[in-house]
Design a protein around this ligand. Structure first.
Ligand SMILES: [Mg+2]
Length: 326
């Protein structure tokens, strides 16, 4: 059945039955506004995925698209040391969209939200020539927020997971490569891994001095920390965490995509040297990789990437800028 045959309101009534209940929601889906009764620090973030700009329908599946729409916003909440709580979703789709496809999209979105105990409390639907998915996510920061501005001279620089896989996955899709490594890279592009658990551990133990999620490339996002904290950074290229797929498809000495590729949604943070053992314990406890990749230097030194022989590694470009012409 097409959405235009079912209609927006019957669709929303069906959706209402599927969302998580939460005592803090005074009014949820179905009125002019949602109403919440909250205490403590509330984090708010919003992010939009546009068809043929951020995704292509032939490259992904509707559940994966829904999951990613939630995950990219959850990543921003995690980057502040918080946990997602409530979501608003503004969805624009063509009138001839199959209800089945919308249901599949919500399967993924609500699955992602459910794993973080996040309730969908409202939003909007409208007709448009292509898919546009705008998510607003609220979160709470029970243990205080972690901003970009707290990095201190001499701190270590860490990143979770591996770098460059999403950018590599995008290339794989563009070039139509196949094979096990190509599939793995593709999966990383189509839906990022949640780092909420690591963020929670860092926040509860007050370990990170500054944090950001890697959405536009490591150098770009490290640049944001350095600007906000008025520091510089030295990265050891040999320490960059690269996946087996990256090494196989790109090469372990090719750091360009790991340094500048976007959409990895890993956490990049700084922490005092005295916390190395505790951070290693968090990696172990969360079954994840957290790699120390460098250290914080003075602002005037800027950001440098060193090769093993001490030489400065020159990168072809700084990272992704949404508005700059390539
Ligand atoms: Mg971010």
């Amino acid at each position: 059945m097409k959405l235009r045959d079912l209609g927006e309101f019957p669709f929303l009534r069906r959706l209402q039955q599927r969302v998580l209940r939460d005592a803090r929601v005074q009014v949820g889906i179905g009125d002019d506004c949602a109403a919440l009764f909250l205490s403590g620090t509330t984090l708010l973030t919003t992010d939009t995925l546009v068809e043929n700009v951020h995704f292509r329908r032939e490259w992904t599946t509707f559940p994966l698209l829904g999951e990613k729409a939630f995950a990219v916003n959850a990543s921003d909440i995690a980057a502040m040391g918080g946990e997602p709580t409530f979501a608003l979703l503004s969805l624009s789709v063509p009138q001839d969209t199959e209800v089945e496809d919308l249901d599949a999209f919500f399967d993924g979105f609500l699955r992602g939200a459910g794993t973080c105990n996040t309730a969908l409390i409202g939003g909007n639907m409208s007709a448009a020539p292509c898919w546009m998915i705008a998510v607003t996510l609220l979160g709470h920061a029970l243990h205080g927020i972690i901003t970009r501005s707290g990095a201190q001279l001499g701190d270590d620089v860490y990143v979770t997971g591996t770098l460059g896989d999403a950018a590599l996955g995008l290339r794989v899709l563009q070039e139509g490569q196949s094979g096990a490594h190509a599939e793995e890279a593709k999966a990383r592009f189509l839906c990022p891994t949640s780092r909420i658990e690591i963020s929670r551990s860092l926040a509860t133990q007050h370990l990170a001095t500054a944090m950001i999620d890697v959405s536009d490339g490591l150098l770009q996002d490290l640049g944001h920390i350095c600007e906000a904290s008025k520091v510089g950074a030295e990265i050891e290229g040999e320490r960059l965490p690269l996946s087996p797929s990256y090494c196989a498809l790109r090469g372990e000495r090719e750091w360009d995509l790991a340094l500048t590729g976007g959409e990895d949604y890993e956490l990049l943070f700084t922490a005092p040297m005295t916390q190395r053992a505790t951070i290693a314990e968090i990696a172990h406890a969360t079954h994840s990789t957290i790699t120390r990749i460098g250290r914080v230097t003075t602002h005037s030194q800027g950001i440098r990437v060193h090769a093993a022989d001490g030489s400065v590694y020159i990168t072809p470009q700084a990272g992704y800028d949404h508005f700059r012409a390539e």
